[in-house]
Write a protein that binds this ligand. Structure first.
Ligand code: ADP
Length: 149
């Protein structure tokens, strides 16, 4: 019998993609055969880093990692997952705030499509790192390289 590849989508705005996101992907690779990083458009957030720049930076990060793919997508994450034969959504949780937010989306996605969401807790040393923090520092001319993979 053929082994069925376990494919997960890791969706997010990744504006920008941080070492916190990278850690979730690397740990996700221990659970899944393939991870597709989906750069989605979040209508409640305005982009700081252009999509092409985010896509290129993430692709560079996983250049040598054949099990990680990167795509941009529009529309619903569950539709994006179905297009890629992914049966899992991977997300990271830093705080109770993240948890409540993730729970609602995971429940909706499960009801709508049957897809399972797998949550990984952040490493404590990365719990304070968010794209928002990195964008703020960048806007004020600070070096953000320590937050980028
Ligand atoms: P979204 O706009 O969909 O919330 P983000 O790009 O902000 O997307 O985050 C994508 C995923 O990565 C989310 O599940 C978020 O909780 C998680 N994440 C963000 N920062 C970290 C971090 N420092 N550690 C672990 N998970 C993180």
């Amino acid at each position: 019998m053929n082994k069925v590849n376990k494919i997960a989508i890791f969706p997010g705005s990744f504006d920008p993609f941080t070492i916190g996101h990278h850690d979730i992907v690397m740990r996700g690779l221990q659970l899944f055969d393939e991870i597709i990083i989906g750069i989605g458009h979040n209508y409640t957030k305005r982009d700081t880093f252009p999509l092409e720049e985010r896509l290129a930076a993430i692709q560079r990060t996983y250049n040598n990692q054949s099990r990680v793919h990167v795509c941009a997508y529009d529309g619903l994450t569950i539709d994006f997952a179905a297009q890629h034969n992914a049966h899992f959504i991977l997300r990271g949780v830093r705080s109770t705030l993240d948890f409540e937010y993730e729970r609602n989306i995971a429940e909706a996605n499960k009801q709508l499509s049957g897809i399972e969401t797998v949550l990984l807790y952040t490493r404590p040393e990365y719990a304070h790192i968010s794209s928002t923090l990195v964008r703020d520092l960048h806007a004020h001319g600070k070096d953000i390289s320590q937050y980028l993979p």
